[in-house]
Design a protein around this ligand. Sequence first.
Ligand code: NAD
Length: 310
Amino acid sequence: MQVEGRVIICDTIDDVGITILKKAGLIVNYKPDIESNELLSAVRECDVIVVRSRTKITKEVIDAAPNVKIIARVGVGLDNIDTDYAESKRIKVLNAAEAAMNAVSELVIGHMIALSRNIPKASDGIKNGKWLKKELVGGELRGKYLGIIGVGNIGRNLGRIAKCLRMNLIGYDIFPINQDYVREVGMIKTDLKTLLENSDFVSCHVPLTEKTRHLINSETLSYMKPTSFLINTSRGEIVDEQSLFVALTEKRIAGAALDVFEVEPPTNTELVNLPNIICSPHIAAQTKEAQELASNVIAEKVIQTLLTNR
Ligand code: NAD
């Protein structure tokens, strides 16, 4: 099925989506490094704007694109797009909701094992000529309680993998958690405080909203056990980094792993240099498989939406 229109792609995406869009007849302007000062003129003639996370689609950008019908994010979170303003102008906002769930879940498992087995310290020790065998007695995941905050696509998938590692699951969500899923994995549904008080690992999988900004703060961190670990792969602003710094320094929790930060790249060097934190540079969805899938899904969704609305 052929379709007409101009697409601008403002961030790096996997080639597969670009090929699909071109094959469908769309004119594709691939500008993965476009700067914000060029953006306003570049979107003027476009029907579709495609982004990942680097490019921000503000009210000003939307106003500069009078023909735009679709704004598509090759990823999950839509916090870099002014969705309310786009929707008020009857512009469709699309994302690739399920493309990253396995990649993110696997990074969480990686961080949990790295934290509980001290993998970064063990590796650094060897590189610095130290054999830390006696010092690095770790813990196992089996039998531990994993608290999942936000039991959506990623939270549910993480739960399934963690279940295979024989972990126990505790879940908290503002919406009812699917009953079949709860039965399948044996999840204990509870409120946030009970989850934090009883989990050995706490993993955050909520979107960034006014309600979730600093959901993890000095009060909520104080509910966690001194032996517990916090993992955040959702959005940096979910965690109040200053409170996390205090909790880690005063050993109120055992450790943390962050893939996302309040400012990226992080400027909070005091926090990231603590010995009981592991960091990764927002790579949770950064696998070949997830990028390919997201690019493919978005290209297909763009074409379908253009076909249905012509
Ligand atoms: P999702 O929409 O499928 O699930 C989010 C869940 O959070 C939903 O079940 C929702 O009901 C729940 N929720 C919303 N507000 C809540 C609140 N105040 N308290 C408790 N629960 C609440 O989203 P997802 O695909 O699972 O993604 C989750 C997060 O992961 C998003 O923030 C997304 O941006 C982030 N993410 C990060 C990366 C990365 O590279 N680090 C990659 C993909 C997704």
